[in-house]
Design a protein. Sequence first.
Length: 267
Amino acid sequence: MFIIGELINGMYPQINSAIAERNKKVIQKFALDQITAGADALDLNCGPASSKPLIDMPWLVETVSEVTDKPLCLDSSKPEVIQEGLKAVKYKAIINSTTADLKKLDLLIPLAKEYKAELIGITISAKGIPQNMDQRVELAAEIITYCQKSNFGLENLYLDPVAMPLNLAQEQLTDILKSIREFRILAQPSPKTVIGLSNVSQGTHTHNTHSLINRTFLTLAVAYGLNSAILNPNDKELMDSLITAELILNKNIYCDSYLEAYRRKII
């Protein structure tokens, strides 16, 4: 499982303050803590409160790149913010994200090609969030077709079925899991799959429930073939569940101290 750490996001007060104050130490600590916990890449988001994202995004990129060469996932709904961040990337980048909207695809796929970045395609259109698996698969196919016509390699594409909150869209969660499996067979080479895990527990009122929902859904998603997730790697119970799920699915070799062995491997 390719883990993208979610915590460098301006919607969190500590990160928002650090961006506003240009406090590199706070940002870099969040980066290193997530990597130590198992993150393979780091999501960077200036947050909705940023009044100057065109400046804040490259600052975040430069700040994190001072302490790690891990891939950086540039997270913004504004293509111009993504572009400014890409200009500052020293190593590998992931664009988070495009929708199936042609206007977005027209802007972001050329950027991904120019900067040799991977791309997350979320199965949303101008009509909004899909309501069932068939709609998700249709939008995924549209993104794949556009990538193929643009000579953008599918090995660089992640498809996101759009995880929905359990408390608002309980009936959709099974379709979302099935969509992960269906996306993998839409083309060759198979596109990768990703989810924003925290969306599933959004709106729940207790921390214990929040964490339990996330780790249960993640375990199920791994069984359906999920390749990647944007999540909080500092949640030890969540990571333990992921490691164990992959072990049961024969993706790692068993030993009695498999949790310790896995963590030793990632450090």
